[in-house]
Design a protein around this ligand. Structure first.
Ligand code: SF4
Length: 368
């Protein structure tokens, strides 16, 4: 593991430059200077793997629905998932709820005020624990997110990939050594803001940068080379064929309960295959819910265009087969399915790829 050269910027000099920069910039976010651990926690969880512009309306809706920890702890799972719909990474929503309920029952409805105790909570890793510890409780823990890693890697010219265990350790240690222990919250905020607003991934504002005269990447014309990342393996491709059965204004959906992507979200009955192209006869032969298919009109079987959603490790390709039924199926032909009318669909939380399909159907006024 490469050692960061502490001489590139002595901590005191670095902090001084950062403070000067921060005084001149204000990032107008609702959670800036926030001290309430609940609001900090919700914002940090929403912003994991989500851009600020995308996360902001979710944050506002979430707090309007659940203004405090106890409100969230008492919320039904369905409501939380519905509010999370479209944000992706649904394990975050699951952990939010688990954590809120644990805090309500075991911690008297409050967050513990130590880094280690925060770290032990569901869904709270080193990053979120450091954010809560420093922003809410003024404890000296450095927050090192992707923005901070980029800044440090460029200034110090760090070759260790950021997405490896040794890289995480190196960046965390360097961040901690630079921390202003008297004012950890403002320092962390300034570091994150500097990465998000000034030392941006593309086109950083080097000409007006206070660290320019000792920034390794700038001085060596290597800005595009940092942060160094370990090349990830190719994403797995998956091919989903959704069966949109319809009888009058009714369709059938199911909740995903398997240990897989999108657990607890809803979907249409699914046939997963190893190809996106599928002949109607093959679909009819392989599809689940053969009892429902007995009511179908096979000659009217057409798939939609291909929808594509990229996840962290997978790319999902989906086609929707709209299957009109001649007669209404009985409950014994729809085990595990929920019958729902077209107007009732918005109440359920779906993966984004299904929401895109439903939105397009609505736009063309063609939903059932
Ligand atoms: S000089 Fe450029 S690359 Fe270096 S820290 Fe400043 S903005 Fe980032």
């Amino acid at each position: 593991m490469q050692q960061a050269n502490q001489d590139a910027w002595p901590p005191e000099a670095f902090r001084l430059k950062l403070q000067q920069w921060s005084r001149e910039v204000e990032r107008p976010l609702p959670w800036r200077a926030e001290k309430d651990p609940y609001r900090i926690w919700v914002s940090e969880i929403i912003l994991q793997q989500t851009r600020v512009e995308q996360g902001l309306p979710y944050f506002q809706r979430f707090l309007a629905a659940f203004p405090d920890l106890l409100a969230l702890a008492g919320a039904p799972e369905e409501q939380v998932f519905k509010l999370w719909e479209g944000l992706g990474y649904y394990s975050r929503a699951r952990n939010l709820l688990r954590c809120a309920r644990l805090l309500a029952t075991e911690y008297g409805g409050r967050f513990p005020d130590s880094y280690q105790a925060l770290l032990a909570l569901p869904g709270i890793g080193p990053y979120t624990a450091a954010a809560l510890a420093s922003f809410a409780f003024g404890l000296p823990h450095a927050v090192v997110d992707g923005n901070v890693e980029r800044v440090l890697s460029r200034i110090w010219g760090i070759q260790t990939p950021v997405n490896t265990a040794s890289g995480k350790k190196l960046f965390q240690e360097l961040g901690q050594s630079l921390l202003d222990r008297q004012a950890p919250g403002p320092h962390n905020q300034a570091m994150m803001d500097f990465g998000a607003l000034h030392c941006t991934p593309r086109r950083p504002l080097c000409p007006s940068c206070p660290f320019q005269d000792r920034c390794h990447a700038f001085l060596n014309g290597q800005i595009d080379l940092f942060p160094v990342k370990w090349k990830k393996t190719a994403k797995t491709k998956r091919f989903f064929h959704y069966l949109v059965f319809r009888f009058m204004d009714q369709t059938w959906i199911r909740q995903r309960t398997e240990k897989d992507i999108w657990t607890q979200l809803y979907e249409f009955p699914l046939l997963e295959t190893d190809t996106v192209e599928l002949a109607p006869e093959t679909l009819l032969r392989l599809a689940p819910f053969q009892g429902l298919l007995a009511h179908a009109q096979p000659q009217r079987l057409h798939p939609t265009k291909i929808y594509r959603q990229t996840l962290s490790h997978q790319i999902v390709h989906a086609r929707f087969w709209e299957i009109p039924l001649r007669s209404e199926p009985g409950p014994d032909q729809t085990p595990g399915l929920v019958a729902v009318s077209a107007t009732g669909l918005p109440q359920y939380a779906f993966p984004r790829i299904i929401r895109w399909y439903l939105d397009e159907k609505n736009l063309s006024l063609d939903l059932f």
